[in-house]
Design a protein around this ligand. Sequence first.
Ligand code: MG
Ligand code: MG
Length: 248
Amino acid sequence: MSITIKNEKELNKMRKAGKILKDTLDLLESSVFPGQTTNNLNKIAFDYITSQGGKPSFLNYEGFPYTICASKNEQVVHGFCDDEPLKEGDIISIDCGVIWEGYHSDAARTFPVGNVSAENLRLIEVTKQSFFEGIKDIKAGSRLGHISHRIQAHLEKNGYGVVRELVGHGIGTHLHEDPMVPNYGKYNSGIVLEEGMTLAIEPMSTLGNKNVYLEDNDWTVSTQDGLPSAHYENTVLITKDGVEILTL
Ligand code: MG
Ligand code: MG
């Protein structure tokens, strides 16, 4: 699939998809506490998205069975929901997407459950920071590798692993479009970004070793060493002067 450039009419649909998703993630953030279950968080997300007239992007995507990916602790992405209560000290990454009139948004946050260790809080915070480092000074005419390089540099400077097996992506009428947006790479490499491109930029970090494996459910990706992982993602539009974040 080639890289798509969106016109203003398409972008307005993506902005609406992004707004519903942002509000969904805010609602989920206030719903994360010890004793809460991911099945319940999944229901909260489904109910809210559909009440706004949106459709969950992930539900039934290639057979994925939930509205949200709920990845606890050592799970990096694509965690399944269940009835196990969240425990004080857990961290949980929630990834979600919304379709509005055929256009997708995609975003993820990692939330602390109650009081969590300083080590885990820092992992969450630095992973979020790496997203903002990645988009710093980016605009039409910048190279894609600037984003990848800056995310990698920020995470590694802070002692974290950068997951290689999963990457960000273009987004539009499909949840996953070209180009791939790795969280590692060389400055001044890759395609030149153009006004109207929309990208899901999503650093995935690990507290320990960067190596991951696929769990038996054939979806969930977890760290090999069992140490925690964090994920932060937004859908962004490349503009003449910078970026517009559609999911904040
Ligand atoms: Mg996502
Ligand atoms: Mg994504």
